[in-house]
Design a protein around this ligand. Structure first.
Ligand SMILES: [Cu+2]
Length: 74
């Protein structure tokens, strides 16, 4: 995901299987993701850079592969 610096970004996160977590490192974005519900959080990133995000809830054998990267472009 790539977003512009300073833009208001709304995350809508859900799960089709089990409970997960969604945390963007070095920010206060940290949500619990529950099957059948949508977690919503709005945030703007004021510092350009690369932000890793991870699953924070042990969700099964592929838990360690649940990560990604958000790029904030200035
Ligand atoms: Cu997980």
């Amino acid at each position: 995901m790539t977003v512009p610096v300073g833009a208001e970004i709304t995350f809508y996160v859900t799960s089709v299987d089990v409970q997960h977590g969604f945390k963007i490192q070095n920010t206060n974005v940290n949500m619990q993701i529950v099957p059948g519900q949508v977690s919503k959080l709005t945030m703007s990133f004021e510092d350009p850079g690369t932000y890793d995000f991870i699953c924070t809830e042990y969700c099964g054998s592929a838990h360690a592969q649940m990560y990604g990267r958000l790029i904030v472009e200035g």
